[in-house]
Design a protein around this ligand. Structure first.
Ligand code: PBG
Length: 337
């Protein structure tokens, strides 16, 4: 025994990492990153009608909700201290068309929800997406002409949609459709409409990912999508290209950056934070949520601990916050502690 101890000492010298790990109090003292309720953005799904909460099978615990229910949810979230919501509409199929024209309706579902939430719960931030996928009959994020998702025409439309969203009270516009030039165009359009205080959180690096499956079920675009989104989302193989794409968004005036999906792209979170120092967020997407829920439901992992560990990992990777479907669960957990 003694000989072994000497051998370890010879190798480690005085360096023993375990001294700082020896008790709960030392571990608390040296903890580098912490998850707080201030780190959370809660994505919610909207449906038309009133008084309805509709479960989403592939996302256990997540409901689509009507505007009145979304207002209740916003109150609950604000009471727990969650800073902001991100809203995604699941609109009627009859309203979806080739160009996503419902995105330009002043009183469409997303704008009605924003106005109702901001009226009832002014202190919670509302972040809205301007991608066209909830509004198109083909499920693409932009306007489809022939076989092409046309860039510039889409940018013009999303910039206009952003103004309507800001008119309705949106605090931050989060364009996720990855068209070139969209950040600059949205900034110009917002400023021209007097919305200087409305920010832009760019989905700067959105990857062409298989992790979005359950979301497409949630807003009913899965069955509609023709082909894939590889001509506008980033190839999961490309990190340097992602940084270049984010550079353009920063130059065009993005106030905040987002990386999506989250956990498989922690390297990108780190690189963006290092490169720009902007507030940087990760979107822990539907597939990430579903995997944790499914494994936990089978008793294969401890769902709560895995949830907290993944969220802390985003903090360690340099993120300022996380869009997560776990937001309410986490906020409740943190409030109990
Ligand atoms: C599309 C959009 C996607 C998500 C939100 N907006 C991806 C897609 O359907 O291609 C994914 C969110 C999630 O998976 O949680 N603009």
């Amino acid at each position: 025994m003694e000989n072994k101890t000497h051998l370890v000492d010879e190798i480690t010298g005085h360096r023993r990492m375990r001294r700082n790990r020896k008790a709960d109090w030392t571990r608390r003292l040296v903890q580098e990153n912490r998850l707080t309720v201030d780190d959370l953005i809660w994505p919610i799904f909207l449906i038309p009608g009133t008084g309805i909460l509709e479960p989403i099978p592939a996302m256990p615990g997540v409901n689509r909700m009507t505007v009145d229910k979304a207002v209740e949810a916003a109150k609950e979230a604000a009471d727990l201290g969650i800073p902001a919501l991100a809203t995604f509409p699941n609109i009627e199929m009859e309203l979806r068309d080739e160009t996503g024209s419902n995105s330009l309706e002043k009183n469409n579902l997303i704008n009605l929800a924003t106005a109702a939430i901001k009226k009832a719960v002014p202190n919670i931030g509302v972040i809205t997406d301007v991608a066209l996928d909830p509004f198109t009959s083909h499920g693409h994020d932009g306007i489809l002409r022939g076989n092409e998702i046309v860039n510039d025409e889409t940018v013009e439309q999303v910039a206009l949609a952003a103004v309507y969203q800001a008119d309705a009270g949106a605090d931050i516009i989060a364009p996720s459709e990855m068209m070139d030039g969209r950040i600059g165009a949205i900034r110009q359009a917002l400023d021209a409409a007097g919305h200087q205080n409305v920010g832009i959180m760019s989905y700067a690096t959105k990857f062409s990912s298989a992790f979005y499956g359950p979301y497409r079920e949630a807003i009913s675009t899965g069955g509609l999508l023709k082909g894939d989104k590889k001509t506008y989302y980033i190839d999961p193989a490309n990190g340097t290209e992602a940084v270049r794409d984010a550079t353009l968004d920063v130059e065009e005036g993005a106030d905040m950056l987002m990386v999506k999906p989250g956990l498989p792209y922690l390297d990108i979170c780190w690189r963006l934070k290092e490169a720009f120092g902007l507030p940087t967020f990760a979107y822990q997407v539907s597939g990430e949520y579903a995997m944790i829920k499914a494994a936990a439901a089978n008793g294969w992992i401890d769902g709560e601990r895995v949830m907290l560990e993944t969220l802390l990992a985003f903090k360690r990777a340099g993120c300022d916050g996380i869009l997560t479907y776990f937001a309410m669960d986490v906020a409740k957990h943190l409030a109990r502690k």
